[in-house]
Design a protein around this ligand. Sequence first.
Ligand code: ANZ
Length: 847
Amino acid sequence: EETSSAHAIQAKWQKYWAENETFLTGGDDDTRPRRYVLAMFPYPSGDLHMGHAENYLYSDIVARFWRHRGHNVLNPIGWDSFGLPAENAAIRQGADPREWTYQNIAQQKRAFQNYGVSFDWSRVLHTSDPEYYRWNQWLFLKLHERGLAYRKKSAVNWCPNDQTVLANEQVVDGRCDRCGAEVVKKKLTQWYFKITDYADRLLDDLNQLEGFWPHKVLQMQRNWIGRSIGADVDFRIEGRDEPVTVFSTRPDTLHGATFFVVAPDSDLASELAADAPAEVRERFAKYLGDVQKTTDVDRQATDRPKTGVFLERYAINPVNGEKLPVWAADYVLADYGHGAVMAVPAHDQRDLDFARAFDLPVKVVVDTTAPVTGAMPVIEVDDEGVPIDTGAALDEQNPASTGIALTGEGRMINSGPLNGLSKRNAIARAIEQLEASGTGRAAKNYRLRDWLISRQRFWGTPIPMLHAEDGRIIPVPEDQLPVKLPSVEGLDLKPKGSSPLGAAESWVRTVDAASGDPVLRDPDTMDTFVDSSWYFLRFLSPNSDTVAFDPAQAARWSPVDSYIGGVEHAILHLLYARFITKVLFDMGLIDFTEPFSNLINQGMVLLDGAKMSKSKGNLVLFEEELDAYGADALRVGLAFAGPVEDDKDWADVSTTGAQKFLARALRIANEVSSPVDVVFAGGDAALRRATHKLLADAPALVEQTKFNVLVARLMELVNVTRKTIDGAAGAADPAVREAAETIAVMLDLIAPHTAEEIWEILGHEPSVGLVTWRSADPALLVEDTVTAVVQVGGKVRAQLEVPARIGEAELEALARADERVIRSIGDREIIKVVVRAPKIVSIVVKG
Ligand code: ANZ
């Protein structure tokens, strides 16, 4: 019965909101302060699920809150509607990805509306609409003009069975996660965005976000960018004209280098091996074959046995002229630093493991037993600069025998002019010396790689580039955008190593307008992360067909004040959006460098501790729950289930408890019998205090995203109001109306349909969603106190100032703890304690 009345209330108010466009954003003439509240937009990959229910509830609470605070709120919604799910479904069902996508969007839209989310429905966007993706193409051309979009050939993961490129995440234990075939590296020419040009700014600007984004997310971004500071050092290789550069974070240890390692899959390794004896060449070729089947993750694993091939070549250490044998070994990666390292086994664990496996020398150059604070110690050295007494302590730590590299602080030894320096000073000195001798320089290195954006897929934004027969690459002129996707009719979408668009003959073949030459369109589509890297700007002028976004509106609304979404986007999406924001800033189109001022990550909705998923068969369906309990009960249940950032177990979400609470709130509204314009002053003091305490506390609770606490406090206020109605004051007391109205305006954040209904029952005009919250009356927040008397053996022994609403047990405890009372009881036995809160405690004693 509760469900059916909930559905009736729901339908009534949803119709009202739609007809009155209640949540439309105010226009340019709106003088209220502005707030941009945004939830990460969904993929239309099926029905909405509980994760969505949580995400869009939280963003709705924030959006509604700011309206109640008198702000002009922008709370838009759209769909991230290109991508693999649609294409895979199309392949499976032989359907058109377009139809599949827009059907799902329609269904998700209905679910959002049934859920009572206060979106501005006039700004909807879908990234798969040509009206949207033409601006992805525009963005691509702008990046290309600025040298930030480029093509390069590099080694990518390739599944020989599925004939497709795989992302690093799709390679599990060296195998294709779909078909199980052994993944190989294949050199392919692809389009990249040069995000590495922005590495320093992407890293440094994270500091501005400290305190506004979850610290964990900032840390993940820092690690992903992974800036290392050190030096580039040039090594001559015997028999080669050009020196080879290595990157090292420890140039202080140059004197400890005992061998030299190149990545087997680097061009350098092949070149060096080519000049080696036949037997070495053969061993190298076989080794390279094995390496190409190994993932980068495995190559970096520390517990793997070390493998490698000696190339019978020598590098010359620039600081002392020593000859270092050159090895090819897979623990050195081709695409990090320069793909080659100077190996210092005494102070680097991977080098040490390798040295011990192949019996290479280990030379200690940092005495980690020496104190590093205080003045530089006097170290006695022999003619060769070797300290005369390194002490037994260091001998015991010899890495060659312990197998443990010495990576800590210490003082330099065996290092000529660096001897005696601390590690930090030695790094600085070593760089100075390298620079002076022209054999090296200070350098930075990043883990971050350029963003590979080409996809051999149909359902994405076509890359707006033309290929001429002579190899020229010609950008499609801006006035010819969008390059629309052709019809899927007659195209085979099954992955076959090249884009399905390549087979759309009449689409691929075109002419270059400028020269009239026949050209081929680039058949690849863009990574869908391009679409989501700037969508928050499109919401500001979603229907413009002259600009991607209106800079004046961007200046007015952005950056986004509150961005709400899952932690699964902690790195890629947020990093790409930050990067594109900085590019647009450099283009002079926006005046800010960080897109999201505040970030809220919600936890996951689990079932019995496990992530819900179709494949596990433990999916709780959002729309079924919506039908069963109504939107408000679902919203209250979720909001009450725990702190925003925590994972929540569905088993702990009480939608029936929420239904009962909402029914209680409605009953109170129905019983209120004072007139709409009643004066609250003079109403029941205790209830008024409870109401004003909540008015005082609620804003901070919402701003700190303590939505579960807000629900608990609302439940409390409902209970106190009920007591007042049932007590001496009764339903006609003005304080009851004040409490009920407060419940309505606050409940609107969580249960907006019930809130509108209460507001109407109380005799007000809709919408409660646009009512500004009252401020608390400070005079009402002061706790009343009374004087309690404590008697011992019939004599007054103490007087206590206590809250007027103190409980019996609490008053007794206060009395018994009082020094004067304790003293007067002495060692007499207590026979009985009579408590009359808040006025009297009488302690009866023997003798
Ligand atoms: C000599 C050395 C001595 C190093 C020492 C470390 C400790 P991060 O911090 O990750 O940037 N390195 C450089 N290029 C590499 C590559 N392509 N593949 C594998 N390892 C590579 O690490 C930088 C250090 O990793 C560099 O500093 C280099 O080893 C190694 F006691 O140089 B070091």
